[in-house]
Design a protein around this ligand. Sequence first.
Ligand SMILES: [Zn+2]
Length: 135
Amino acid sequence: MKVTRSDILVRGLTQRCPNCGGRTLFRAGSWLQMNDLCPACGFNLAGAGDEGFYLRSTSLNFGVTVTCYLFPLVLLAYFTSMRVQTAEVLAVAGTLIIPVLIYRPSRSWGLMNYYIFFPEALPANRAGDQPEKKQ
Ligand SMILES: [Zn+2]
């Protein structure tokens, strides 16, 4: 297998194309728009119209926000002298801001999460394909 699971993990965590490793997930000059196809290797980043790719990254975004921000905030409010009103304001602000801040990583994590389980689905790992490897 040309692209290993560890390659996919590193590429997912660094917001790179899972197939070629290029920094091509997002359109140049845009913070939120993802390329449908990788400009470097032509890999279908949108998942061939599969809505699961978007839902997967949205679920990861939600899960990370709850697990890494809201849950610790609840623990802080419960076990420290933090006022409940302060915790409420931080919770509302965090639930509005954090999903936007981790939008790009969560889109990349969504791709990583799929291809780490199905690396053979990457064109670079199919027999006969020899795409160039960029990093
Ligand atoms: Zn690519």
